[in-house]
Design a protein around this ligand. Sequence first.
Ligand code: COA
Length: 131
Amino acid sequence: MIFESPRLIARRFEPRDLEAFAAIRSHPDVARYQSWENFDAAAAAEFYAWVKDRNPGDSGWFQFALEHKETGAFVGDCGLKIVESDARLAQIGYTVARQFWSRGYATEAIGALTRAGSVLAESGLGKSVRF
Ligand SMILES: CC(C)(COP(=O)(O)OP(=O)(O)OC[C@H]1O[C@@H](n2cnc3c(N)ncnc32)[C@H](O)[C@@H]1OP(=O)(O)O)[C@@H](O)C(=O)NCCC(=O)NCCS
């Protein structure tokens, strides 16, 4: 686990997430305003090959898997990119599975991500943090 919120655990992606991850991102409502159109198994595998070697604190994006504490369901993902020239600033991204919308999960995850990002920024960027 990297950080948590009342109902969610944010952790590294694992291969077992990829089927649900591709299904979530392929849903038309989820993909509508995103950069991808069709997020298939090959796209999920390519994403995992990229993320598995990355660590929070690395330059660029780090993407967290969001798991429901009670059920273990893969709820979605969120990502953080702290601005290297000014660690007070960061870009965030988040996706929640269509069936879990409007239950406050994104709000909850982003609150926890923001707190985790502050810790990360204060610990010094460029230092990979292994979890
Ligand atoms: C945006 C998203 C993550 C929200 O997830 P969620 O868990 O349903 O969000 P929450 O339940 O915490 O909050 C829902 C609130 O956000 C609002 N909301 C949802 N999508 C929104 C959007 N694109 N813009 C503005 N507000 C939005 C809802 O109206 C709702 O407000 P309400 O509670 O007053 O009705 C989800 O709709 C999603 O995955 N969308 C596709 C991916 C995406 O657009 N990601 C964001 C940009 S990276």
